[in-house]
Design a binder for this molecule. Structure first.
Ligand SMILES: C[S@@+](CC[C@H](N)C(=O)[O-])C[C@H]1O[C@@H](n2cnc3c(N)ncnc32)[C@H](O)[C@@H]1O
Length: 229
């Protein structure tokens, strides 16, 4: 497995069962089976092609019978009582929110969420905290010259506010590796500056609000960076 998947693997805390939503190649559940995980294993994908690949890879690894393969949208065919960890990785933050929104049973303190948004991490964090989930762990992993964000969250029916900037980069209190955390701040700052320059260049009246919002996030990021020196 690559560094990104190893990072997700290391974050899973589960005894009952794990589902990997949007499994694609199936590497994560295959690895859990190979390394002796004893609970139930589920791998779901909305597309038949990737799920077939996962089945083939599991067969080659000799663990096909350990994994339940589900062809479905998100968690729609997942039996809640057999799962206490949900992994959703390699998708946009907004897609992850829709998958969770459609599975109310994940709103339980017995269910750990391990999430790795490829884009729109700020949408995901903001959705989680406004819906009573608490982000318990934040990990950053550098893999093949790309920096990935992964987080572990759980529904505790509690509101733990995050600033707008923290929604982009995670809370500095949870940062496990300050060097990677500062790299993530730089990365998000560059992305925001690019959006900001585009908006300033087009000079549309409607953009005045978003421009002020992005400017305030840049300022918040500057403060976080200073405080984590
Ligand atoms: C980029 S791959 C990520 C694979 C793997 N999770 C990883 O992190 O390496 C995204 C996978 O998610 C699947 N997918 C996208 N939307 C989905 C949904 N709503 N429910 C289940 N699977 C979905 C796609 O078919 C694809 O196989």
């Amino acid at each position: 497995m690559n560094q990104r998947l190893e990072c997700l693997y290391s974050m899973i805390v589960s005894q009952i069962g794990v589902i990997d939503v949007g499994t694609d190649h199936g590497y994560l559940p295959i690895c859990l089976a190979e390394r002796g995980y004893k609970g139930e294993l589920f791998a779901s994908d909305i597309n038949a092609g990737p799920l077939d690949t996962a089945v083939r890879n599991a067969r080659v690894a000799g663990v096909e019978k350990r994994i339940h393969f589900l062809l479905c949208d998100g968690l729609s065919l997942c039996p809640p009582e057999q799962v206490d960890a949900v992994v959703i990785a390699g998708m946009g933050g907004d897609t992850i929110c829709s998958i969770l929104d459609a599975a109310a049973w994940t709103m339980s303190d017995r269910v750990q969420l391990v999430l790795q948004p490829m884009t729109k991490a700020e949408v995901l964090r903001s959705w989680l905290v406004s819906n009573g989930y608490v982000i318990e762990r934040e990990s950053l992993v550098s893999d093949s010259a790309t920096l990935y964000q992964a987080l572990s969250a759980r529904y505790l029916n509690r509101y733990t506010p995050l600033s707008d900037a923290e929604c982009f980069v995670g809370s500095p209190w949870l940062a496990e590796n300050l060097s990677l955390y500062r790299q993530m701040i730089c990365l998000q700052r560059r992305r925001i500056e690019t959006r900001l320059h585009g908006m300033e260049a087009s000079a549309r009246e409607d953009d005045a609000g978003p421009i002020r919002w992005y400017q305030s996030i840049l300022e918040q990021l500057r403060v976080i960076e200073e405080e984590t020196q």
